[in-house]
Write a protein that binds this ligand. Structure first.
Ligand code: KG4
Ligand code: ZN
Length: 348
């Protein structure tokens, strides 16, 4: 089954054609990063406009690279939540138009579910159940992936997401947006010599809190500035990255141990971080756990992962009608309403 998938939840306009959930026939990503960099972060209104401009070309390119016509795909899938509402709406309405005009089923996909599915593409033998650490610019969650479309969130961040913390700390250190990857690069030539806190959430062993860590970085920088000293950016980056690695590893592996689950995965943009990848690999090897990490090209936002998850959503019976709406937030446990549900149509 060939699915044409569309992704526009943040600042990447992407389209892909994916066969049977694992075979990527094409994956095209147009990034807007250069433009948002001018403002130090994503400007939602600009993101929506750029999606409008790019989406037709990106989709045509994805079909052309896959060597299939729209009439030859079996379904159209789209990220419908969560994300920037104006950005999501562009993809959702475009996908609705395509599905209607081509007479194809429309499959709505949850953005975080699709990040998890990036692992199925990279490792075709990989199947639920497993425990997944989803770390992106907007979310940080420890998730029981019980089945392809059944999830249970065990822990989440109480304030900043891991990617947000990386970007804010990086911005304070003077790196351009999005600073996570720059901070990662600098950390590789630094030493974790600065002392930073490892905040915890009382009574919630699997929840995260990153804002105190970010504030500690800001305080170090301000104190140094007042004293006329300069800190080593490389060492501060390495110290910050190590603190994030400690927080993520302690909670994620703690959850795995408590559940007795030995199959683990990472997902989301922050799983591209070299420190996190190395640390998790090392810890999992020590404990005898199987760890899956998506290759770099499927860590960040892309539509191949949407096409993968959509296949499993389709098999589970998910279909949307033209009443489908985008949502800025939505728990990943929840399913989208079925086609016609709002109109009171019964499904057999
Ligand atoms: O999953 P993603 O592409 O978009 C969202 O769904 O949010 O994640 C983007 C986030 C950004 O915060 C970006 O700075 C971060 O992932 N990121 C990294 C690295 N590469 C991307 N953070 C730390 N180290 C990296 N190498
Ligand atoms: Zn994402």
């Amino acid at each position: 089954m060939k699915i044409l998938a569309i992704e526009s939840s943040c600042d990447e306009t992407a389209a892909a054609v994916v066969e049977d959930g694992v075979n990527v026939l094409s994956s095209v990503v147009a990034t807007q990063i250069e433009e948002h960099r001018l403002y130090g972060g994503v400007v939602p209104e600009i993101a929506s406009r750029r999606h409008c401009e790019a989406i037709v070309g990106v989709t045509e390119e994805a079909l052309s690279q896959a060597g299939v016509a729209l009439s030859q795909v079996d379904a159209v899938a789209v990220t419908a939540a969560p994300g920037l509402i104006g950005a999501l709406l562009v993809g959702v309405n475009f996908a609705k138009g395509l599905a209607l005009s081509a007479g194809k089923p429309l499959i709505p996909v949850h953005h975080l579910r699709s990040h998890v599915a990036a692992n199925y593409i990279a490792y075709p033998e990989m199947k639920p159940p497993f425990l997944c650490l989803v770390v992106s610019g907007g979310h940080t969650q420890i998730v029981k992936v019980e089945d392809y479309t059944r999830f249970q969130v065990l822990g989440r961040t109480r304030d900043d997401a891991a990617g947000e913390a990386f970007d804010k700390a990086a911005r304070a250190m003077g790196y351009p947006y999005p600073g996570g990857v720059e901070l990662d690069r600098a950390a590789q030539s630094g030493k974790p010599v600065y002392s930073l806190p490892r905040p915890s959430v009382e009574g919630s062993p699997y929840d995260f809190s990153f804002s105190g860590l970010k504030t500690a970085v800001l305080n170090l920088l301000n104190q140094a500035r007042m004293k006329g000293e300069t800190l080593s950016k490389e060492d501060l980056s390495a110290s910050f990255q190590q603190a994030v690695c400690d927080l993520l590893a302690e909670r994620f592996l703690g959850a795995a141990e408590a559940l007795g689950w030995r199959k683990l995965a990472l997902a989301g943009g922050v799983s591209a971080n070299s420190g996190i990848r190395a640390r998790m690999e090392q810890e999992c090897q020590k404990r005898g756990y199987n760890l899956y990490i998506p290759p770099l090209k499927y860590c960040g936002d892309n539509a191949a992962m949407v096409g993968s998850q959509a296949y499993y959503e389709y098999l589970a019976g998910s279909r949307a009608g033209l009443e489908l709406n985008a949502a800025a937030s939505m728990p990943m446990e929840d399913a989208f309403p079925l086609e016609g549900a709002a109109l009171g149509v019964r499904h057999a």
